[in-house]
Design a protein around this ligand. Structure first.
Ligand code: PLP
Length: 504
């Protein structure tokens, strides 16, 4: 059977399909096999029907059938009469070459994933659909020098951490084996409270702290407890994606409130929707623009919350990392009306898999938040909490924060320098006096998603800033992380970006 002509070749962009020496079915077979081998689809997953795939990919059904036939004869898939084609539970040993990288076949991978997702989605509740938005595609094998949320793991004092963990296990592993309190270990809550009071001006006692696994979990808890379906919630525009998903999953109606150089524009929020139930903000270091909310705006936000009888959720996710000027204390510290819930995390300043963050709530909310946490997942792993508490009590946390601040400042400077050297006319850096990333604004006509995709193929992971906007961004831009790679890799990355931008 002849395959259709025309657009069929486009599905293989980046690949070699359609070359005269490789029949299309064989190319299709190779690429589906690659998707199975790299784990994009797993044992037991159902592949789309040959008819659906043929339609989506604009090739003949026979091409897909032939590819399936080959995969079946080699044991990669099983065909069950009346049910379809499934990834085999017994995938043969991997030829080394296929393991190296995820398949570079956006057409096929996207088709397969979209089909299985669509089928799964039909089974879900409305809330389930909102809760299961797929995460942005983080390519596992890019060198991730610029991966948005990645800290510099090369700088982490692993040996010290291991020593403290070993000591803790020797001394009190028995106690840590038993059930724990849902609001967290007392020793860690005490350490967090004194750190927050001193370093961030947060007004709190250890009793007001609930240790959670992540900022994401804290936002989710707050959304469940304080927001009813249909309630309006102000989100910064642009906004941290995790917050958007959590509030959408709670059924909130999202009100995007523009952010300018002074942070969230409270007047515009009030003009748009004065009666929102809650406002989520990142005042120390707006995500992703990096601006700091001025004192005037902070006071305006608190005034608005008082007049509208609303809550404020302050996400202070990377406040430790300030390179120029003095940081403003937390918004929570200037609120006399107990309307601010404050969340901070150790997952960025320490390491992402630590899974430790903290929520500070007004006294009246301690009991409900603690109970909700119990019904959610109990509590956070006690060993990590205990080791973290020791790390703070022994004075290592302060030393670590200072060391990271110094190293990240150097990396931030390296990024600035590389931009000035390689792409001075093409990339304009946004606010960058803190945190781990900066937005690189591109010339008006640049195609940021296409550029990001080309860079990803060369191992550079740069996220399109448009993904953080509910509406249209002011222009094309990419988020550049400078924390996770040493200065020489940063320079190399910016050179690659320049090449992809066509800079001579
Ligand atoms: C604004 C903001 N809050 C929170 C987080 C993540 O924190 P956690 O890992 O504790 O959920 C991120 C991650 O990048 C972030 O950008």
């Amino acid at each position: 059977m002849k395959r259709r002509t025309g657009p069929s070749v486009s599905l293989f962009h980046g690949g070699s399909a359609g070359r005269g020496d490789s029949p299309l079915y064989r190319e299709t077979y190779r690429r589906i096999r690659a998707i199975i081998l790299d784990g994009t689809v797993c044992a037991g997953d159902r592949l789309p029907s040959a008819r659906a795939m043929a339609q989506d990919l604009r090739v003949s059904r026979n091409t897909i059938e032939a590819a399936f036939g080959q995969l079946r004869s080699e044991g990669y898939v099983e065909r069950r009469v009346g049910s379809g084609t499934f990834v085999s539970g017994n995938v043969p040993k991997v030829p080394q070459v296929s393991r190296r990288r995820p398949a570079k076949v956006p057409g096929i991978a996207a088709t397969i994933v979209a089909h299985s997702r669509e089928k799964g989605l039909r089974a879900l509740s409305r809330r389930g659909r909102e809760s299961s938005a797929p995460p942005p595609d983080v390519a596992a094998d890019t060198d991730a020098s610029f991966g948005v949320c990645r800290p510099g793991l090369d700088l982490f004092p692993t040996q010290l951490w291991n020593r403290i963990a070993a000591r803790r296990m020797r001394r009190s592993m028995g106690d840590l084996l038993d059930e724990q309190s849902p609001n967290g270990l007392a020793s860690l809550r005490t350490a967090i409270a004194s750190y927050l009071r001193l370093a961030r001006g947060v007004r709190c006692s250890p009793e007001q702290i609930v240790v959670v696994t992540s900022t994401q979990q804290a936002i989710d808890l707050v959304a469940r407890l304080l927001v009813d379906a249909g309630d309006k919630v102000w989100l910064e525009e642009p906004c941290y994606t995790g917050a958007r998903y959590a509030f959408a999953a709670a059924g909130a109606r999202i009100v995007p409130v523009p952010v300018d150089v002074a942070g969230m524009d409270v007047d515009r929020g009030a003009a748009r929707d004065p009666r929102a139930r809650l406002a989520y903000v990142t005042p120390s270091h707006q995500f992703p623009l990096g601006v700091t909310m001025t004192l005037e705006r902070r006071l305006a936000l608190i005034r608005w919350a008082n007049s509208a009888n609303s809550w404020i959720l302050e996400d202070d996710y990377d406040s430790e990392l300030r390179y120029d000027g003095r940081p403003l204390a937390a918004l929570q510290g200037i609120d006399d009306s107990e309307r601010v819930l404050y969340v901070g995390t150790f997952n960025k300043i320490m390491f992402p898999s630590l899974r430790l963050a903290y929520l500070v709530v007004p006294p009246d909310l301690v009991e409900p938040v603690t109970s909700a946490r119990r019904w959610m997942d109990g509590y956070t792993t006690a060993l990590n909490q205990a080791v973290m508490a020791d790390f703070v009590h022994d004075g290592h946390f302060g030393t670590h924060v200072r060391a990271m601040r110094e190293a990240y400042r150097e990396r931030r400077d390296a990024l600035q320098e590389a931009v000035a050297t390689y792409v001075p006319q093409h990339v304009r850096l946004g606010a960058r006096d803190g945190g781990m990333h900066v937005v690189g604004w591109l010339p008006k006509r640049a195609n940021a998603p296409a550029l990001a995709e080309r860079c990803a193929r060369r191992g550079l992971y740069l996220r399109d800033v448009a993904g953080y906007y509910a509406g249209r961004p002011p222009g094309p831009g990419l988020v550049l992380n400078f924390a996770s790679a040493p200065p020489n890799r940063i320079a190399r990355g910016v050179r690659v970006l320049g090449q992809e931008l066509g800079v001579k």
